[in-house]
Write a protein that binds this ligand. Sequence first.
Ligand SMILES: Cc1cc2nc3c(=O)[nH]c(=O)nc-3n(C[C@H](O)[C@H](O)[C@H](O)COP(=O)(O)OP(=O)(O)OC[C@H]3O[C@@H](n4cnc5c(N)ncnc54)[C@H](O)[C@@H]3O)c2cc1C
Length: 237
Amino acid sequence: MATFYKVTIKEIKQETANAVSVLFNIPQQLQSEFRFTAGQYITLQKEINGEEVRRAYSICSTPESGDIRVAIKAVEKGVFSMHATSDLKVGDDIEITAPEGRFLLNTEANRNYIGFAAGSGITPILSMVKTVLAKESTSTFTLVYGNKSEADTIFFSELNTLKKSFSDRFKLHYIFSRENVKNELRGRISEYVEKYPNAKYIAGKRPWEVKCDIALPCATQNELNEEEAETLAAAPS
Ligand SMILES: Cc1cc2nc3c(=O)[nH]c(=O)nc-3n(C[C@H](O)[C@H](O)[C@H](O)COP(=O)(O)OP(=O)(O)OC[C@H]3O[C@@H](n4cnc5c(N)ncnc54)[C@H](O)[C@@H]3O)c2cc1C
């Protein structure tokens, strides 16, 4: 059974109208337990309306930052996400597990990474983007990121800042399903995900036509279906 550690909430940031990011105070004696690789998640546990509720959330900070931060998007009638985005406060106690999960990014030099994220699927991908940009000066990252609108886009300004700072190595393509935005695509990300199990190149007329070595798909259900996610995950590394 998973071990839960009681920690407190250090910071809550409103990222969009219905998503927050939450930073935890990790005591000194637990720091080594909470070392992680970009892509991993933690499980949060809280008593809500008299019941213990547990949910997994991917870590959006980078391993080098020393921070454990997750972003939680409210899901309609969702028990934990509604509580987290409406009622959680700085200083509250919460129980969390140590990082786990096998969706991992081990960075390499001279690689071209492409990430496909939809909605709150951006959380582990943000950690990966920042890790590649910081650690691998000879590698590039292309991110294709789908949302309803700009206002719904978690980490919108942070990603735009990264795009400016790393314009030679970080390409960012938004896809909006409910809004027309100049120079960005309109539609659902699933319409644009390429199937390329054995290709080293994402071909076609997409603006992210790039040489690609490693593909990293991440989306909540309904946004990328299982087949699309598996096809991308099977891309060569
Ligand atoms: C590895 C992993 C990483 C994840 N990372 C993130 C992340 O970084 N950010 C993020 O926001 N989420 C993430 N998730 C999803 C997260 O764990 C939760 O599933 C999500 O927040 C919803 O939880 P909830 O308690 O709010 O919703 P739940 O209460 O579990 O409900 C989920 C949905 O089911 C519906 N539902 C519930 N009960 C019923 C019922 N009886 N009848 C009909 N419908 C019902 C609800 O209306 C809601 O739409 C991740 C999941 C996994 C597995």
